[in-house]
Every structure is written in structure tokens, then in C-alpha cells.
Design a protein around this ligand. Structure first.
Ligand SMILES: Cc1ncc(COP(=O)(O)O)c(C=O)c1O
Length: 415
């Protein structure tokens, strides 16, 4: 069995099946390039996340706020809506997208960075959306927007703090701490020393301060566990300080970040242990919270999507062998172009386990040397017309794609 096989992706008779349907047949029917998503896989991922938190005591709600930026496909949103999920939105348009999909305002949290007065005015049109403040300096801005909008009712606000440590699979996805691993100053959150001051200011201006939020980064693996739990400890400590200062919170939001399996050798983040740790700490803290929140993106959708593309021809140049495909990375699976460390497995759906293997560079149709889906991957030699599948294309692929070279962003279908 190949390491990537699961209930969604199977190899049978040397061909790739997607939820038991032939990838080649789907590609012929709908054309390529094409994103194919599996509703069932999204549901399986959600079920395993819920399972991890299933020992939550009665009276403590566990909110799963889907990070919509990962994949805002309407059918995926509706699927998660029906299962009681919340939405983590990071722009006014994301809030509006969630509302259009049917999410009630009171199940949406908006977390924005470098926010304008207009952005806040747009959000305040939806009175029950929770607004997660990312900077002390946003508080006055929000108050100004509230005045302009003549909003009388209380506005639900939480504070994103920066607990002083962060983790991500690469420097660009570390979102807490003073600086990222490459030295970039981290722009997110309210620094530790100003959190209580921020809550006081919110109270003074008549906001309803209901929660504390942190998000350490994205793409955690097993080795990120010690930092993740240290950050849980810091969050609990800060919430207790807030309680002492008179702020009884409704919820703590621990953010997202847990990575699904992108590589054969990747050791998975121990989600069940992490969940148990959070639940234990919350219970023993006597904080009397109503809810805790997690904000998964990748975990719910990454492995529920593939990109199908066709091999136009196989090219030899010097000693290099290229499978030249009818898709461009920037327009379809841009993660490896944006993040040097990102990796997507590529499977020849027309010849999954062929014996005659070579080092193949899977090259896209853009005018850019870096436009390669995979470099010198050992795989069965492809032929013209073969269908290639790029795995883990359910998260941060369509939503990050561009029209570079005036190539179109492919269609999406949901099985
Ligand atoms: C505030 C916030 N929450 C949640 C997420 C989801 O992260 P992931 O997809 O790694 O779970 C992100 C992603 O960047 C984020 O910025």
C-alpha cells in the first residue's frame, strides 16, 4: 500500500481511484486541470477532530471554527455549517462569504490585521459577529467605526494576543513570538504586557470583551507539540490574570495549525494528546469558561482535495526528464512556490505503481523556471495523455491561486 492511500485515495489495478471513482474517468468527463474534492473526507476529518475533543466535560462547548481561507468552496462551507462548525474569517469578504453560505452571524469570528475603518464598518453591519482585536491600536479604530455606524448594541470583542512563542512548518507560517525563524518581526496579536490594558480599554469604551485568542502558526508536526502545550499553559495563565482583574471570559480560542500528513516521513502532530492537555488545563483552571475554540484549516480540507492534470508530452533535455503538464503551479497549487519547504506528493493516476521508474520533474506551463510541481521525483515514466494527481490540494491551493500568465484557475468539483 502507498503511504498516501486512505478512504478517499486508493490505488487499484495500477489506477488511482477517488472515492472509488476512476480519476481518469473524472478527468475525461470534466476536463483538466481540475480540483476534485471529497465531501466524505472532509466529514471524516471533522469526525476525527471531534473525537479528539470528545472527553470535554458537559457544559463546556468545543467550537470548531473552520479557517475559511483554506478553502471557501460553497459546498464545503455548507457541509461544515450543517455539522455545527463556526467560521474563522480574516477579511470582510470572508465574513460575507460565510454569511452567504448560510452561517449565522453568531457563529463567525473576524480576526483581521492592518484593518481599515471601512473594514470595521463593513463588519459592524453584522451585529452578532465576534470581532477579534489584533492590535491595541485597533480598539480606537473600532470605536470610531461604531460611532460612524451609530451602533447602540454591544459589540462582542475578543483579543488576539501574542503569547511570545510560535511554531509553523516554515518561517512564513510562524504567527506568534517576537520574530519568525528567519528574523521577520511577527506582526500579529497584542503583546503580553498590553493584554490587560487592552481589556480595560475595551471595557471603558463599552465593548463586550468575551474571549482571548492565540494562533501560533500553521503546519505543526510531532516536534511542535512541546511548544504548542507551552502556549496552552501561557494562555491559561493569562486568562487567570484576566479573571483576577475582573474579566470573566466566555471562551479561549487556541487557533489552528495542526498539520495533516503531507510527506511519507512526516510524524503527525499528536492531536488527541493536545486536545486532552487543553481540556485538562481548562478544567483545573476553574476559569468557568462556556467554550473553547480551535480554528483548523488544513486539518479539515487539505487531504480532501487533489488537482488532476494531463501530461501533454514528456521532454528530454540534457539529462533531465520532464513531464510537461497542462497546468501551472501559480494557478493551481502555489504553496511550493510561496513556501520553499512545502511539498505535495504527485501520483501518476494512469500508472500508479509502474515498475519502470525514473527521476521525473513535473513541469507546468508557465514562463518561469520555478513553475515545477515536483523536482526529480522517482516515479513511473509517464506518457502523453496520462493523468497526474497532485495530492493535498484541498487547502490553500484554489484560495491562493492567481491568474499569472493569464492562465485560468481551474474548475472545482465535489464528489
Ligand atoms: C487566525 C488563524 N486561525 C487559523 C488558521 C488556520 O491554520 P491551519 O490551516 O494551519 O489550521 C490560520 C491560518 O493561517 C489563521 O491565521
Amino acid at each position: 500500500m502507498n503511504w498516501w492511500e486512505n478512504e478517499f485515495l486508493k490505488a487499484k489495478n495500477n489506477r488511482l481511484l477517488l472515492e472509488n471513482q476512476s480519476a481518469e474517468t473524472i478527468a475525461r468527463k470534466y476536463g483538466t486541470p481540475l480540483y476534485v474534492y471529497s465531501r466524505k473526507q472532509v466529514l471524516r476529518n471533522l469526525a476525527s477532530l471531534k473525537e479528539a475533543f470528545s472527553s470535554a466535560p458537559t457544559g463546556l462547548e468545543v467550537r470548531i471554527a473552520y479557517a475559511l481561507k483554506a478553502n471557501p468552496h460553497k459546498a464545503i462551507l455548507k457541509t461544515l455549517l450543517k455539522k455545527g462548525c463556526w467560521i474563522d474569517a480574516v477579511s470582510p469578504a470572508e465574513v460575507e462569504t460565510a454569511l452567504k453560505a448560510g452561517f449565522p452571524e453568531n457563529r463567525i469570528m473576524f480576526t483581521g490585521t492592518s484593518i481599515s475603518l471601512k473594514d470595521f464598518e463593513r463588519i459592524l453591519k453584522h451585529p452578532e459577529v465576534t470581532i477579534n482585536i489584533d492590535a491595541y491600536e485597533q480598539i480606537e479604530l473600532l470605536a470610531e467605526a461604531r460611532r460612524k455606524m451609530r451602533r447602540k448594541k454591544p459589540v462582542r470583542v475578543s483579543v488576539r494576543w501574542n503569547p511570545g512563542l510560535g511554531r509553523g512548518f516554515c518561517s512564513k507560517t510562524v504567527t506568534a513570538g517576537e520574530r519568525s525563524s528567519d528574523g521577520t518581526p511577527i506582526k500579529f496579536g497584542v503583546e503580553e504586557a498590553r493584554v490587560i490594558e487592552a481589556f480595560k480599554k475595551l471595557k471603558q469604551l463599552g465593548f463586550e470583551a468575551v474571549g482571548l485568542h492565540q494562533h501560533l502558526g500553521s503546519g505543526w508536526t510531532e516536534e511542535d507539540f512541546p511548544v504548542a502545550i507551552k502556549a496552552v499553559d501561557r494562555m491559561i495563565k493569562k486568562a487567570r490574570e484576566l479573571k483576577k482583574a475582573g474579566f470573566n471570559l466566555e471562551f479561549l480560542d487556541f487557533g489552528g495549525g495542526f498539520g495533516p500528513k503531507y510527506r511519507a516521513e512526516q510524524r503527525l502532530f499528536p492531536l488527541a494528546e493536545y486536545a486532552a492537555y487543553i481540556l485538562d488545563k481548562v478544567e483545573s483552571s476553574k476559569l468557568d469558561l462556556k467554550a473553547i475554540t480551535v480554528e483548523p484549516g488544513k486539518y479539515l480540507v487539505a487531504n480532501a482535495g487533489v488537482l488532476l492534470m494531463k501530461v501533454e508530452y514528456v521532454k528530454k533535455s540534457y539529462r533531465n526528464l520532464f513531464a510537461c503538464v497542462n497546468a501551472g503551479t501559480y494557478n493551481t497549487v502555489p504553496r511550493p512556490v510561496i513556501y520553499e519547504e512545502a511539498y505535495h506528493e504527485i501520483v501518476n493516476a494512469s500508472c500508479v505503481n509502474g515498475q519502470q521508474k525514473e527521476k521525473i520533474t513535473v513541469a507546468g506551463h508557465l514562463c518561469e523556471t520555478g513553475d515545477v510541481f515536483g523536482v526529480e521525483r522517482l516515479m513511473p515514466i509517464p506518457k502523453r495523455g496520462h493523468i497526474m494527481a497532485v495530492l493535498m490540494a484541498g487547502a490553500y491551493c484554489h484560495s491562493m491561486a492567481s491568474n499569472f500568465n493569464f492562465r485560468l484557475i481551474p474548475k472545482e468539483i465535489l464528489l
